[in-house]
Design a protein around this ligand. Structure first.
Ligand code: UDP
Ligand code: GLC
Ligand code: MN
Length: 332
């Protein structure tokens, strides 16, 4: 089993948050497999320290997109181009089999049974079910496959500008050849499908094993109130709220403590743009204002604005100790 791994990818500190929640959810459901994360040099040093606490294997790879030395001149959607970095997962040849999972997925049950499947197994894409969705797939690391994928990228590009188009072109027999390579949809349940076929979600959603927060808006883009432990406002419009709620619960209970433990305030600020922290900072300003000598009175709103502009009072109200205390009190 030590030669099998779950693999994810994060090219920046924002996606690292997703990767950490995913890794933590796999641990929570007692996976017996290794956890590996591919990161690019853009990921900050402190975030890497946190990744080390959750993952067995933190691997730095170079960015694969149109600017890469591999000369992949195929990006029509530059924001998705960087997902070609995912191809590096085929280079992890010390593992005999892997399950790749997007950093915006969340595990709800033990899914180690996926390792019984062969390359390339994946669930249908909710938008075009003759394509597989590349947010969750079973594969076999191989340098030969990696090079063949790069060759195809160079010659023909990817029809969606990202990894999914390329992988579907490469593993083109997936829709018709072998039903065992079709993962049940509950291994990659996306928000889109919940709303496009509500009765099916009602009937089968209880068996969901992996939720995929597919689309532009990710869980970390929402606002969370740590005190009431609820995702604020518009969440209900966007996604089945309990999944979003669960993501945030894992984030605040398992990941935030690691972030405060490993980081300096500055890094927490960078890594956590969530309201959770800006609110904690606002609260701290009130506490600090009571202590002599009184610091200049500024409103919570003003403090938050300053924080967001990067003007952080590291030595005073926004000190690491104060932030940690505040978060600890919320988490208790
Ligand atoms: N990703 C990343 N950095 C980015 C964009 C994407 O690391 O700037 C990785 C991450 O693992 C992410 C995956 O590529 O989950 C696919 O992108 P995303 O999940 O945003 O696409 P979607 O599933 O929404 O189409
Ligand atoms: C899809 C997949 C994602 C992939 C992207 C770009 O929406 O969910 O994993 O990276 O397309 O191809
Ligand atoms: Mn995704």
């Amino acid at each position: 089993m030590a030669d099998e791994a779950f693999v994810t990818l994060a090219t920046n500190d924002t996606y690292v948050k997703g990767a950490l929640v995913l890794g933590s959810s796999l641990r929570k459901h007692h996976t017996t497999r290794k956890l590996c994360v591919l990161i690019t040099p853009q990921v900050s040093g402190n975030m890497r320290k946190v990744l080390d606490k959750v993952f067995d294997d933190v691997r730095v790879v170079d960015v694969l997109d149109s600017e890469d030395s591999a000369r992949l001149a195929l990006m029509e959607r530059p924001e998705l181009g960087i997902t070609l970095t995912k191809l590096h997962c085929w280079t992890l040849t010390e593992y005999t089999k892997c399950v790749f999972m997007d950093a915006d997925t969340l595990v709800l049950a033990n899914i180690d049974d996926l390792f019984k499947r062969e390359e390339l197994s994946a669930a249908p894409d909710p938008g075009w079910p003759d394509c597989f969705n590349s947010g969750v797939f079973v594969y076999k690391p191989s340098i030969v496959t990696y090079n063949d994928l790069l060759d195809l990228a160079k010659q023909k590009g990817s029809f969606d500008g990202g990894d999914q188009g390329l992988l579907n072109a490469f593993f083109c027999s997936w829709p018709t050849a072998d039903i065992h390579k079709h993962l049940p949809f509950v291994y990659n349940l996306s928000s889109v499908s919940i709303y496009s076929y509500v009765p099916a979600f009602k009937a089968f959603g209880g068996n969901a094993k992996v939720v995929h927060f597919l689309g532009k808006k990710k869980p970390w883009n929402y606002t969370y109130d740590i005190k009431t432990q609820t995702v604020k406002g518009e969440a209900q419009d966007q996604f089945h709220p309990e999944f979003l709620q669960l993501w945030w619960h894992i984030y605040t209970s398992r990941i935030l403590p690691l972030l405060t433990e490993c980081g300096v305030v500055k890094d927490v600020a960078v890594g956590l743009k969530a309201e959770a922290v800006t609110e904690a900072v606002s609260q701290i300003s009130i506490v600090a204002a009571a202590a002599p000598p009184p610091p200049p009175q500024i409103s919570s709103e003003e403090r938050r604005e300053r924080w967001e502009q990067g003007q952080v009072d590291y030595m005073g109200a926004d000190s690491y100790e104060n932030i940690k205390k505040k978060l600890d009190s919320y988490l208790q």
